[in-house]
Design a protein around this ligand. Structure first.
Ligand code: TYD
Length: 192
């Protein structure tokens, strides 16, 4: 099972991934977590470019689109482990939401694995901007509003669940467990 967390910056993806991993492990599953961009050479280059003042320009967005696609090619073999639940912080769906145009992003990501389940952590853009460290150029209101609109459209093409990420950590975590439970043979009504 390949589960992907998506959403605009500051939605709490890393905390929720940790909580989901702990819960699945307590239920006897083997779990591996991944993060995109990765810590590969390409991933490191991406993180540098994200801090450039011109990171949201069309030219740099196209450059990033290519680098993100290359970065995820490097982890492709990790996504097909039959014995483990793979939980990933982002996937090529982030590229569809953040970079453009969608037809080109799909083309350069055609070898990327399609997730079995996408959990979209839906957060108010204002909350996202307030929570962010504003280290990256993407963390501004106008840019993230566009990303959020893109997400809500793109997500329809994938098996997904939209999770309201504006609540407290425990409420969000319990909503995520309820969404994942049916795939794991766990009773959703047994979750607090
Ligand atoms: P992330 O590590 O989630 O951000 P942070 O550590 O600041 O919370 O991701 C870095 C940024 O890269 C984030 O703004 C989203 C962006 N991104 C894309 O634009 N396209 C992609 O394909 C991916 C995977 C991430």
């Amino acid at each position: 099972m390949y589960i992907v967390f998506e959403g605009i910056d500051g939605a709490g993806k890393s905390t929720q991934i940790r909580l989901l991993k702990e819960w699945l492990e307590a239920n006897g599953f083997r779990v591996e977590t991944l993060v995109e961009p990765t810590d590969s050479e390409v991933g490191k280059l991406i993180r540098k470019i994200l801090q450039r003042p011109d990171a949201t320009t069309d030219r740099i967005q196209k450059t990033l689109g290519l680098l993100f696609a290359a970065d995820r090619m490097l982890i492709m073999d990790k996504l097909s482990d039959e014995k483990k639940v793979i939980i990933s912080d982002r996937s090529f769906i982030s590229s569809l939401a953040y970079q453009e145009p969608a037809s080109w992003i799909r083309e350069i990501n055609k070898y990327a694995k399609v997730p079995d389940l996408v959990l979209l952590l839906d957060l108010d853009v204002k909350t996202s901007v307030n929570r962010s460290n504003q280290e990256d150029e993407f963390e501004n209101e106008e840019f993230l509003t566009n990303v959020k609109v893109n997400y809500l459209e793109i997500i329809k093409d994938f098996n997904h669940k939209i999770i309201d990420a504006n609540g407290g950590i425990n409420k969000v975590s319990s909503d995520i467990k309820k969404a994942v439970a049916p795939y794991m043979g766990i009773c959703p009504d047994c979750i607090r």
